[in-house]
Design a protein around this ligand. Sequence first.
Ligand code: AOS
Ligand code: ZN
Ligand code: ZN
Ligand code: ZN
Length: 393
Amino acid sequence: MTDIDPSRRAALFDVLRSQRIETPSWAYGNSGTRFKVFEQAGVPRNPTEKIEDAAKVHEFTGIAPSVALHIPWDRVDDYAALRKHAEDAGIALGAINPNVFQEDDYKLGSVCSPDAGVRRKATDHLLDCVEIAGQTGSSVLSLWFADGLNYPGQDDLRARQDRLAEALREVYDQMPAGLRMLLEYKFFEPAFYATDVPDWGTSFAHCLELGPAAQVLVDTGHHAPGTNIEFIVAFLLRAKRLGGFHFNSRFYADDDLIAGAADPFQLFRIMSEVARGGGLDRETGVEFMLDQCHNIEPKIPAMIRSVCNIQEATAKALLIDTDALRAAQNEGDVLAANAVVMDAYNTDVRPLLAELRQDQGLDPDPMAAYLRSGYQERIVAERVGGSAAGWGA
Ligand code: AOS
Ligand code: ZN
Ligand code: ZN
Ligand code: ZN
């Protein structure tokens, strides 16, 4: 990689240095599947300890300066104090994720429930989260609804869309300037017959109806096998409605494995479309968030690996020779165009990223530096009785 010309290298480094990847508080707690939650030594016992772990990921990678919260999993009495604690640890509080799926009342749905009282309760929780976002200094309200049906005829598909639209409208209208609503979609689970926000089209349509501060959130694990996610990314960026990502890997369903572990080529293709559509410019406001669960692997190292994998995919995407690509495309030279893309993908960017980190005053190898730091041994010794993530997100 040392053959890259100096001005191009400086520009590349600028973009890579400005990238921000947000880690989720729930990835630091114990997690598992519906079969078993595995307990790990040293996991956080409360939101402040989750924040401290997230701060470590930032300390070693240099590009993970915020942590997403889940309410009520991260509910505290004093959000201003939590914010201060985060700032003292060197990070910011990020997206607020309201949880409207974990109470008995939500058996038939939350904002789409046939019961008006349940819908009121769910909407009130979303409104509370708008308030909380003000106290934490968060600029993103991140919505995911577990609402859906298990059986045909269980409820009225169309009426549920009306209820969803009504709740979103009420929340949207209460949002202060500067707060964005990101609406996540997922094609199945926990509902198996029909989901109320199953795909990007549904999310997009609701966002368009709401207004410019409503945007689509793409969780990379939320599509049917074979879905071309980079197309969705290109389309949404063009329409100025790509709010951000929940990165994770999947082999089968919503596996929530380490980003870039299952299909690094897909991650590269996604990041290529992000770069192509201007999504790496901070002003575009695309949020790069992780949404993962580390059931069997140690959590902080897994997060460091995830952040580095996204950074590698980003670097490769930025190495695409766009002039050569455009020329090949214009000539209709299929093989040459594909070769330009594959050349970038096949470049080993690890030495380049090591240099970038050294430039930033970081250890060139974040994983090794973390393992040497003694932090893991310290939390294992100090934290007894770590809490569960809340749910296998
Ligand atoms: C659920 O499948 C979604 O990915 C949510 O974004 C997320 O995992 C959840 O909000 C965490 O509970
Ligand atoms: Zn998600
Ligand atoms: Zn998910
Ligand atoms: Zn996921």
